[in-house]
Design a protein around this ligand. Sequence first.
Ligand code: NAP
Length: 293
Amino acid sequence: MAPSSPTKIAVIGCGLMGSALARAFAAAGHEVAVWNRTPSKAKAVGGGTLAFENLIEAVSGRELVVVSLCNYAACFELFSSKGVTSALAGKTLVQLTSGSPADARSGLEWAAGNGVEYLDAAILAYPSFVATDYATVFYAGSRAVFDRHLGTLQAIARNSLYVDEKIGSAATLDCAILEAYYGGSLAFLHAAAMCKAEGLDPKIFFSQKSSFLGLISVTADAAQGMIERNDFSGDQCSLNTHVAAIEHIVRLSKDARLSARFPTELLDNYKRALGAGLGDKELPAVFRTLVQD
Ligand code: NAP
């Protein structure tokens, strides 16, 4: 159903993600202008969007400017180009380019100095997930600005979550989730390689994914409570025992002539906790060796 009052939106950046975002806003009934450094990509977005070759014209008369570029350096270069800064003044800029919390702070500083309202956002989705229930977008910045635009922003993800006023909070949460994702993915790929090297079909390993995902889930819940209490004692399995298990993984990798870099790095981290006298604590005690007081 078309919104009762469509929002005039400009989407800057028509790469894989920007194009999907623009089409989702347009499909929800909003008036969407698109601009891309390489104009042919803006023209190819389609879906009822209007392609502009001139960035100032693309943002002119728009209430909401959504940015999806490769990095913040490209954004700053663009925003500070002739006439663009003043064209953005008075608008709300939603920064959907991935970055670090420090990038987000620079973004807010730039926006505040140039009369631009600013939300820093992080999208947790592949382009094909945009506008489906699998897409999540985290937002940081002014709650009032977020609330004012939520109805429009839900066109790209119904799961549009406000994290915190601290402008770096969406990027922090994104980096944290992505670290768990990339680290976990590397772990299961190495695990599949171990199975293959030992002549065990990796599909047997993948058929057991609920075992390792379940273990990670239970451990995450336990870790949360232990970190809150700063107490890592327990009666399930000591770090000493976990380290022995990781040593088997390193040995298997070396015997099978696989890269042992990943399990060796794991072992180093867990052993550092033993060195810190935490051998009789539960696994999440490793947290203590990762933070600096
Ligand atoms: P992409 O397809 O490679 O698109 C990159 C965009 O950045 C293009 O529009 C490109 O313009 C533009 N760009 C690069 N350098 C530029 C410059 N100096 N000045 C102006 N424009 C420049 O990447 P993407 O997958 O859409 O990713 C865009 C953002 O979404 C990234 O921050 C990414 O981390 C984030 N993201 C992507 C995904 C995903 O699954 N794809 C998921 C989550 C978050 P040209 O076309 O002219 O090169």
